[in-house]
Design a binder for this molecule. Sequence first.
Ligand code: AMP
Ligand code: FES
Ligand code: ZN
Length: 297
Amino acid sequence: MKCRRCKKPAVIKLPRHNTAYCGFCFQFYVYEQVRRALSEHKMLQKKEPVLVAVSGGKDSLALWDILTKLGYHAVGLHLNLGIGSYSETSQSKVEAFARTRNLELITHAYQEAYGLGIVEIARETARPACSACGTMKRYHFNRIAREKGFAVVATGHNLDDEASRLLGNVLQWQESYLQKQSPALAAEDGKWARKVRPLYRLTEREIAAYTVISRIDYIIEECPMSKGAKMFLYKEMLNQLEETSPGTKHQFYLGYLQKKEQIFSPQEKDKQCCKVCGQPTRGTICSYCRLMERVAT
Ligand code: AMP
Ligand code: FES
Ligand code: ZN
């Protein structure tokens, strides 16, 4: 098969677009998809610095690489979750990436801040690890963005992440989550950082191919606490559907984004500020501060 753009031999097939690319033109395709995501959802202004949350996995490192190549001032933020060798390897991949490309990186380690890693924090608060982890990440992304003066935080969620999350939300009819699910979330109260997901048009497989072509070294291992998570099952099912009907994930998620405005009335924002830390919340005390109360007791 030949590359659609330059007619040289293709190295990757994209059945969902009924096409194929050589390595060079595939990179061009990836940049186009990200450019489109950025402009359709008005995610970033060109001069605006962006804080990129980097886990050490393929998606977030690819995102940092792409935003830098597209000319954005992208600073990395890595949270060391304190999960033994998994966290050590994750941080070393992020640091090596930043060092070799001369990029600015901010790190924050739970072990140093709390004397505990996420597994111990979850255990002490009797919360599932991934749920405590999500609460902690949201809090620190917001806090660090504010302290360092960033108006926007970008994460590496891809099309597979978004489509599987949508499937989970539909299966459980999680109306408030459905309403909130978006590749670009506005700043709550105008004070906190906007949240953007510029990779939402690209599949996991496409990002994996991009990291190989662009020689990005990342941690392959998944977080040990995520074993057996429902999301993997949803991703697997969507992959099976994609195999027989290429484009399923794209139609499902992008179709939802198009229809969303007609389905839901404009979203109510979290109006209150947490009494303890000031972050936006629906109640009086945010979920992070409630978690911390339980760590302290
Ligand atoms: P996950 O929730 O693990 O699928 O990760 C989704 C996104 O959150 C990643 O693509 C990163 O942008 C960000 N993220 C996850 N873990 C970390 C971490 N330890 N430090 C910084 N960002 C992270
Ligand atoms: Fe948060 Fe695994 S518990 S990434
Ligand atoms: Zn709080």
